[in-house]
Design a protein around this ligand. Structure first.
Ligand SMILES: Cc1ncc(C[n+]2csc(CCOP(=O)(O)OP(=O)(O)O)c2C)c(N)n1
Length: 719
């Protein structure tokens, strides 16, 4: 077996073209089964041939509209299947994109599934929910492919999370079976311009993670040339000076060179030398996707010239006769043709997905017929953690921040899979000091600072959750979740779009709302409705320390991703203080608290405004039913409706914008479901569609106050 010398040490060796193999020489490495590699490459090409031919006639109009959205890997396949042969560790994960089907075939995607999913058929990796090539591959016994996303660049940071989990398993949990595993991320050359690429590169290089960046450079991002994505169009050259990164660059149509570079990079990463990046040039021997006809950006001469670089004839020349005889190659082609036809027939025979199940698995479903998804704590682990919905209050009164800290501390103690991280979370203990002391107690492996990239924080959390950890990420202020929007959205849809094959239950803590007497447009945003509108998220907005404990614990022992709001004005003030409810306390999501009882009006609120509502309600002894919603996704419709049916009046008070704030959702529900019980119009009081201002007099002018809330209650009672 011949393997090439593996460079050691943390510094970059810079890009370099590896010497070309002499023609016809196959690299000898026991991992490289060249017959298998050729089989997978030919299968991929054959699937593309069939899809393209059945989808279009020569004039480009749909003939047999089988594939709703076709993506071909034509030209990329040989390099990808060589890579696939090297992804062979039980705990490897690949994070891929829409041109990665050859890689998936080499990791175990069946030909039937490869056809059935683009056809939108039942079963398979999304049960007809997602574009066929945007897929995934769970596998409890071997390498997996993380759920892909449609957003270019979003594949990078979850892979960094997986790579960090490998480190966590080996170094913190002492699980040697993870030694030598790696995360591999695939992307086109245009994807190197995205935030996700740079965020993941920063994470992997600063932490020296076992991660391979595999860039397949076909020179075009749909129609845009690579020179507009990175100067000179060559990311490998541009990363020459990047610290702690092995960079390699070569021709992805040359099997020997590709194999040698990939073996070198993979061995480097597996030997814990840090990350590597390989750029392989490949031709795109197809349009970008089914609907693209390449007109306007690619001449016939360019297309013809690229056709000369087809890697499949080069693979054949590389293997025949050195590895396979002419006869064996012909037999291989015949085998591929047979298998592909059989896979196509089986895929066509599958039924369409069942529309009655389309709403299933937006959230976890623990019913016995719902299989366990890949990712998050297992049911057994969650059951073992237990918990109780009855509080066991201790004598000590705690502030909100202390309540969250104690809960995190306890969960870190009882669950070795919990990790807590974010900007300044480690040494400083967070800018709000909520995580103060935790790093000292649990070490920097479990409680750590991150680079300043919210996309990196959330994307990493997703990768860690898929690997089975329980990540609790802190976003410093609600507004700064904006750069993570893509990862947050994709995390929320992950279970649904993989038809419950994968899940990424993470907790994202974020302080928001006005501070004690201060505000501004950056640190005081609430905008919680955005997360209630997103799919798949639980959203908690506790108004006090005891609820914070119970809801945070429920989130950390639960199967769904959770946004956990920590209201700035409650963190350190007596408003949010309560007795500590105990280390086992759980508050279920979607269960409101009736804070005070009355007969004439229902007031619904959450977070900090709840306290202003309580003060206002005092002026109307026995008349106000005050409901603390506690969570807005899911929200407790039953409690609100039962109350309104009793009182006949409803006021909703929140800090978020009036227009399309969550109050609008509640008002619409009450108007419909309790219409015949209403004695007055359903009313809302909220910030009137202006950003949070800085000066206290301006802040007071926009925020609902105890007085303005009381005035609204009074007005409604007078109707
Ligand atoms: C965030 C985002 N922006 C835009 C798009 C639309 N889009 C899809 S593919 C693509 C080009 C990607 O090119 P590259 O990364 O080089 O991969 P290739 O298709 O060449 O393999 C664009 C702009 C998208 N999917 N996601």
């Amino acid at each position: 077996m011949t393997t090439l010398p593996v460079p050691r040490g943390p510094r970059s060796r810079g890009p370099g073209k590896a010497p070309s193999a002499s023609a016809g020489t196959a690299i000898h490495d026991s991992r490289l089964d060249w017959r298998r590699i050729a089989y997978n490459g030919l299968v991929s090409r054959s699937i593309d041939d069939i899809e393209e031919a059945t989808n279009k006639n020569k004039s480009g109009t749909a003939r047999e509209n089988l594939i709703l959205y076709q993506f071909s890997a034509r030209g990329h396949e040989v390099a990808e299947v060589i890579l696939g042969a090297l992804i062979d560790h039980r705990h490897d994960a690949a994070s891929a994109y829409y041109r990665s089907r050859p890689l998936l075939l080499s990791l175990g995607l069946s030909i039937e599934d490869a056809f059935a999913s683009p056809l939108g058929r039942a079963g398979g990796f999304s049960d007809g929910r997602d574009i066929g090539v945007v897929c995934n591959l769970p596998n409890r016994e071997g390498p997996i492919v993380l759920p892909m996303s449609g957003d270019v660049g979003s594949q990078y940071t979850p892979c960094a999370g997986w790579a960090q989990s490998i480190r966590y398993r080996t170094e913190v949990l002492g699980d040697e079976s993870w030694n030598g595993a790696m995360g591999v991320v695939l992307g086109g050359e245009a994807s190197v311009a995205t935030n996700g690429f740079w965020s993941a590169l920063t994470i992997a290089t600063t932490l020296s993670l076992p991660m391979l960046f595999y860039i397949e450079d076909n020179g075009l991002g749909i129609s845009v040339p690579g020179e507009l994505q990175t100067p000179g169009g060559d990311i490998a050259t541009n990363l020459a000076a990047f610290g702690n990164l092995l960079v390699r660059d070569g021709d992805g149509t040359d099997p020997a060179e590709t194999a040698r570079l990939l073996v070198e990079c993979v061995d480097h990463v597996r030997a814990a030398n840090g990350p590597a990046l390989v750029r392989l040039t490949v031709p795109r021997l197809c349009s970008h996707s089914g609907p693209d006809n390449q007109r306007g950006y690619r001449s016939d001469a360019e297309i013809a010239s690229d056709a000369q670089r087809d890697p499949l004839p080069r693979l054949r020349a590389h293997l025949v006769p050195a590895v396979l005889s002419e006869k064996e190659w012909s037999a291989l082609e015949a085998e591929v043709a047979r298998d592909v036809q059989a896979g196509l027939a089986a895929a066509r025979a599958r039924s369409n997905p069942d529309p009655s199940t389309v709403a299933r698995w937006v959230y976890a479903d623990d019913s016995p017929d719902s299989p366990e998804a890949y990712g998050g704590l297992s049911r057994v682990e969650r059951t073992a953690l237990g918990g109780s919905t009855s509080a066991a209050p201790t004598k000590d009164v705690v502030r909100f921040a202390e309540a969250v800290r104690r809960t995190l501390r306890h969960e870190l103690e009882v669950n070795p899979k919990v990790v807590v991280f974010g900007e300044d979370v480690g040494r400083k203990g967070g800018v709000h000091l909520v995580t103060e002391g935790l790093q000292k107690n649990f070490g920097a492996g479990r409680v750590f600072d991150t680079s300043l990239s919210e996309e990196g924080i959330v994307g990493r959390a997703v990768g860690m959750a898929i690997s089975g950890l329980m990540p609790v990420a802190e976003i410093q202020f609600r507004k700064y979740a904006d750069p993570a929007a893509e990862q947050l959205n994709n995390c929320g849809t992950l279970r649904w779009r993989t038809a419950n094959r994968f899940a990424a239950p993470i907790v994202v803590r974020m302080p928001g709302g006005f501070g004690k007497d201060v505000g501004d447009p950056w640190h005081s945003l609430s905008d919680e409705v955005r997360f209630a509108h997103a799919y798949g998220w639980q959203v908690a907005i506790p108004s006090n320390a005891a609820d914070a404990v119970g809801l945070l614990r429920s989130a950390m022992r639960g199967p769904n991703p959770t946004i956990f709001f920590e209201h700035r004005s409650l963190l350190m003030t007596s408003d949010g203080s309560t007795r500590y409810p105990g280390d086992d306390y759980l508050v279920p999501f979607g269960s409101a608290a009736i804070v005070r009882q009355g007969n004439d009006i229902t007031v619904v609120s959450w977070g900090a405004l709840l306290h202003r509502c309580a003060d206002a309600a005092e002026q109307f002894e026995g008349r106000v039913d005050l409901i603390d919603l506690r969570t807005i996704a899911p929200w407790d419709r039953a409690t609100v409706l039962a109350s309104v049916k009793k009182t006949g009046r409803c006021l909703i008070a929140h800090e978020d914008n009036l227009t399309a704030g969550f109050g609008a959702e509640i008002a619409a529900t009450v108007a419909k479901e309790a219409f015949w019980h209403l004695d007055a119009p359903v009313d809302r009081i909220a910030v009137e569609d202006v950003p949070m201002p800085y000066h206290p007099v301006l802040l007071d002018a926009v925020l609902p106050s105890t007085e303005s809330i009381a005035a609204r209650i009074d007005a409604l009672l007078s109707v």
